[in-house]
Design a protein around this ligand. Structure first.
Ligand code: SF4
Length: 61
């Protein structure tokens, strides 16, 4: 699974990093994805972060 952040929608709240810091990291005012592919054992947490993002900036494929 690949996770993507729409940087135009991210408001830098830090929720995603709080839920899944092995995938998401704050980089200044926005979050970035720090893995190329989300490892299987982190998929659940990454999807949880996606569902908790207040601006729906996170998606996956
Ligand atoms: S939860 Fe969403 S809005 Fe908040 S930092 Fe992460 S991607 Fe940005």
């Amino acid at each position: 699974m690949k996770t993507i952040i729409d940087k135009d929608l991210c408001i830098g709240c830090g929720v995603c990093e709080g839920i899944c810091p092995d995938v998401f990291e704050m980089n200044g005012d926005i979050a970035i994805v720090i893995v190329d592919t989300v490892p299987e054992d982190l998929e659940e947490d990454a999807l949880e972060a996606e569902s908790q993002c207040p601006t729906d900036a996170i998606s996956h494929e």
